[in-house]
Design a protein. Sequence first.
Length: 134
Amino acid sequence: MGTEVSAASTSAFAARHIGPTAREQQVMLRDLGLSDLQDLVDQVVPEPIRLDLDQACAGLPSGCSESQALAELREIAAANQAGRSLIGLGYYDCITRPCCSGTFSKIRPGTRPTPPTKPRSAKGAWRPCSISRP
């Protein structure tokens, strides 16, 4: 019993997620009494929150291919310097209370304390139970 997908369900999925065709857009715009998508945006999106595309793109570099982008990222990554990781070694600009400092000094770096185990008592021990059936 495999999970087979019919061509009809695949096309229905694509139709739901790809969006309306140019013909469907024209029908919707006609039903709304609009001539194009810009008219729809003008009526629906308030002026203060609209994005001016020319202004938004000003100062951005021109696009490049994937291989050019990867080459640029490799160049940037090559400038990185590997250093010693200080994660978990504490923060230097803090005050540790005396009641805590003794506890912390007993913990070896790279380990964490384990909670104390409590002995099992007869009451708290797990036992399998039997189920009686009528």
